[in-house]
Design a protein around this ligand. Structure first.
Ligand SMILES: Cc1ncc(COP(=O)(O)O)c(C=O)c1O
Length: 374
């Protein structure tokens, strides 16, 4: 079990960057075993390769900020909201009136769906894609126009263009997409946004932005700066490891931000905001995580190449590959080894979404997968 690792074993399993930031912080290694690879998973402590989380956990600076926030936890957190908004604005070089903070980016997907329903609009979106906004919209009674991804499995903007109707008032584009970690080519996306934002709000969900290393990719924040009818959402749930702590960011023109906050229900948590304030400035840790993610990708690409299995190059912290057998069967088999893999994504029922955790864990996955299915 990871919790029984000695300090020496732990240090051997991490990079110099992580180890040095650990030592600098003066935190005992025993408190940091979360960073150690889980190479002996159990039913109680499985390898979590199913939810696109960050298995390294939060940066030490974020943890310290969250612990220290206990002293102020009795206070309403209004000052912290503005402080975090200020930081997010500075990091993106955008005026702070263009920034909103939420309890996860889901808060903004939900609000966008609510406004679209109130306006009586249809929702145009690709399929498969991240499901929340479609689910919310359906519950609110909105009509959905779902456009299948192309033969290359990327979001098909031309098909979306053809599917557009005058009733569409909200368009959702997840970039990189999930469960298929493809990106939309930057110029094609800009053109699409310029064409349709006069008619509909376009929400670009950039949850996996930090992991992208692809010259054909660009954030659409620059279009937000031009006051276009565009919302860009980001989340601290992925590279910042805040999935259970809940911080999301929304970039949009001040009219949209004001509308979003007309539904403000004080969901914001002081500790989470203090943690995020520290985490977003811990560039060393973010670089360490990006490096580890690449190492994980390499390990799984090799396994897939060795086995002759088809996959999409990843632009995120997960892979999507064709197992040639039902993903449910893969999930059941791997679960026996205490490794959790993604659920089934229709219509790609033979494709597995594998969230990348730590290289050592991915090597274990590869070894077991080859043994079971090779
Ligand atoms: C594309 C995408 N958007 C949004 C979310 C939800 O993020 P949050 O935790 O910020 O609500 C996820 C979570 O997996 C996601 O994959």
């Amino acid at each position: 079990m990871t919790t029984n690792l000695t300090r020496r074993q732990w240090l051997a399993g991490t990079t110099t960057v992580a180890a040095s930031s650990l030592l600098l912080s003066g935190v005992k290694a025993s408190a940091q075993t979360f960073m150690a690879p889980n190479v002996n998973p159990t039913a109680e402590n499985p390898i979590r390769a199913h939810l696109n989380e960050n298995s390294y956990g939060q940066s030490l600076k974020a943890r310290k900020a969250i612990a220290d926030a206990a002293d102020d936890a009795h206070k309403y957190a209004f000052e912290d909201i503005f402080k975090l908004i200020g930081l997010m604005a500075k990091l993106q070089d955008i005026p702070k009136e263009y920034v909103g903070i939420g309890a996860g980016s889901t808060e903004f997907l939900e609000k966008a769906a609510v406004f679209n329903a109130l306006d009586g609009g249809d929702l145009l979106l690709p399929t498969p894609t991240y499901g929340d906004i479609g689910r919310f919209s359906r519950s609110l009674g909105s009509n959905l126009i779902e456009v299948p991804v192309g033969e290359d499995m990327a979001i098909n903007l031309d098909a979306m263009r053809r599917a557009m109707t005058k009733n569409v008032k909200l368009i959702y584009l997840c970039n990189p997409n999930n469960p298929i970690p493809t990106i939309i080519e930057k110029n094609a996306l800009k053109e699409f946004c310029n064409e349709f934002s006069p008619q509909a709000t376009i929400l670009i969900d950039e949850a996996y932005f930090e992991y992208v290393d692809n010259p054909n990719y660009e954030s659409m924040i620059d279009l937000v700066k031009e006051n276009k009818n565009i919302i860009v959402t980001r989340t601290a749930s992925k590279i910042h490891a805040f999935a259970g702590t809940r911080i999301g960011v929304c970039y949009a023109n001040p009219d949209i931000i004001k509308r979003m906050f007309s539904l403000f229900a004080n969901t914001l948590n002081l500790s989470a905001m203090r943690g995020a304030y520290a985490s977003y400035q811990d560039f060393e840790y973010q670089n360490f995580l990006k490096q580890k993610n690449k190492e994980c990708q390499k390990i799984i690409y090799k396994m897939l190449d060795d086995m002759g299995l088809e996959y999409k190059e990843s632009n995120a912290n997960f892979l999507f590959f064709n197992a040639g057998r039902p993903s449910k069967e893969v999930a059941e088999t791997m679960k026996k080894h205490h490794i959790l893999t993604g659920r089934e994504f229709k219509p790609f029922t033979n494709w597995v979404r594998l969230s990348l955790s730590k290289p050592e864990e991915m090597q274990l996955f590869a070894d077991i997968y080859k043994r079971e299915f090779g």
